[in-house]
Ligand binder design. Sequence first.
Ligand SMILES: [Fe+2]
Ligand SMILES: [Fe+2]
Length: 157
Amino acid sequence: MDDRTVGQSLEHDHHLIDGQFAAFAQALAEDRIDTASLSAATEALRHHIWVEEQLHFPPLREAGLFGPVLVMLREHGEIWNLLDRAAAQAAQGSVADLEQTWHSLAELLTAHNAKEEQILYPSGDQILDEQTARAVATALATGARPDGWVCQMAGQR
Ligand SMILES: [Fe+2]
Ligand SMILES: [Fe+2]
């Protein structure tokens, strides 16, 4: 276990996921669909969202951060839907459609991560007790989300 705070671990995870998407985006710019990178990035991002919604956000909501948490949940729903769409388009081999979806996803993800890193994560580092903080870090590193789990606001438009 390193000495990062939970907020720093989640921020670091953003960067790892960004790196996986960057490989996918690089290939897409060359009109290739890097399915392996897309799948790896998608899986990592879904895992990350699971940790946030199951463990990290509930104590923040209890501490009174209803609005910021709700905004994050809504954005997770949009992100989740875009990941579903990207997977379908990758399976169909439609590069042009995938480029559009990736553009939306990249833009949303950049804004979403910035808000978490500036607001939710610093608040979390103040609010979470030690036991919860450890549970978040452990789930992030080694947890497995249940089969079929989807984020709270997935599927809504
Ligand atoms: Fe998030
Ligand atoms: Fe996040």
